[in-house]
Ligand binder design. Structure first.
Ligand SMILES: [Zn+2]
Length: 329
């Protein structure tokens, strides 16, 4: 290793009482310290991954904070030990963080985005954005594949709950990722009043909450979404069968019989104006022509709900929605 430029001598070795962090290499040559926790890592790795660390080590006379086990100490201010641990783990265990087939917690994705920005680590920041766009995609057909509590799909790169949308709204505004806003507001509109009013505290202890203005956006949008949900089931109440229907009497009777079930079981569900209609074949005994007819009507309604998300949540001045062309990364 080389510590040229740091100019520390043996006399700089003073007693420190840092708690040793999970990331610690005996052959490391620099010790990062955050919130009293220390991480012994490799200077070359930090320089290679982060422009901020590269600039820091390029300084002729860096801070002199003494030595730990012969390694110069780099104190990180306004950075939590939790964030540092995940940043370093992403460097040393990339398969866990950079494989979208491995689902990770939303709090880690949030940390990657914030740390990637703060320390100018493009790989981490870009990957966090990629995971967020996989879960909150700009295209309806991709949304159907994503997963959320109560969401329609099974595949997701993030362990995401609706409350996390509160944090995404804050992060999207901070990092100008406006295409994430419409779906985030949609998920927020499904939150219970306590979460909507009070926000939540994440694993790291960061409290996330909506601004008064965004809370109003959610509440006004929720009314619109509820109306859209009713429209998704309107065919039941209109009672008109498919023009191609081969069993008119039976299908009409089924629609009438289904009204009660729809009222009691389906409509009271939380706002899901973007869900697909797998339930239609499961819940209704209709002929194939009617099923296809109503699936087509449902898709048109659902597509309209998707295309108007920015209008629903008063975001037309902030984001072009649906975005064209599809964004990267
Ligand atoms: Zn029919």
């Amino acid at each position: 290793m080389s510590s040229e430029g740091l100019n520390h001598g043996q006399n700089d070795e003073v007693e420190h009482h840092y708690i040793r962090g999970d990331v610690w290499f005996d052959d490391g040559n620099v010790v990062l310290v955050a919130e009293g926790h220390s991480f012994r890592v490799h200077r070359g790795m930090l320089i290679r991954k982060s422009l901020v660390f590269a600039d820091m080590f390029a300084m002729a006379h860096p801070r002199d904070d003494g030595l730990v086990e012969g390694c110069p100490i780099i104190p990180l201010f306004d950075t939590s030990k939790w964030d540092v641990a995940h940043m370093l783990s992403a460097f040393y265990d990339p398969e866990r963080y950079f494989d979208t087939g491995v689902r990770i917690s939303f709090d880690i994705v949030s940390s990657m985005l914030r740390m990637g920005h703060k320390y100018q680590i493009a790989s981490i920041k870009d990957h966090a954005i990629r995971r967020l766009r996989l879960h909150l995609p700009p295209r309806l057909q991709d949304f159907s594949e994503s997963a959320c509590d109560g969401g329609p799909g099974e595949k997701s790169a993030i362990d995401f709950r609706s409350r996390h949308a509160i944090a995404v709204i804050s992060l999207a505004r901070r990092f100008e990722l406006y295409d994430l806003l419409p779906l985030s507001f949609y998920f927020c509109s499904r939150l219970n009043p306590q979460q909507l009013a009070g926000g939540y505290t994440d694993e790291e202890g960061i409290h996330w909450s909506l601004s008064d203005e965004d809370r109003t956006r959610c509440l006004v949008g929720r009314d619109t979404i509820r109306g859209q949900c009713t429209n998704l089931y309107s065919f039941v109440f209109e009672g008109a069968v498919s023009p191609e229907c081969s069993k008119v009497g039976k299908c009409r009777a089924e629609l009438v019989a289904s009204r009660t079930v729809t009222f009691i079981q389906l409509l009271p569900r939380d706002v899901r104006a973007l869900d697909d209609c797998k339930w239609l074949r499961e819940e209704f005994q209709l002929c194939e022509d009617c099923l296809e007819h109503f699936e087509s009507l449902h898709f048109e309604e659902r597509k309209r709900n998707w295309d108007t998300l920015a209008v629903t949540f008063d975001l037309v001045d902030v984001v072009e929605w649906p975005p064209v062309p599809v964004l990267t990364p």
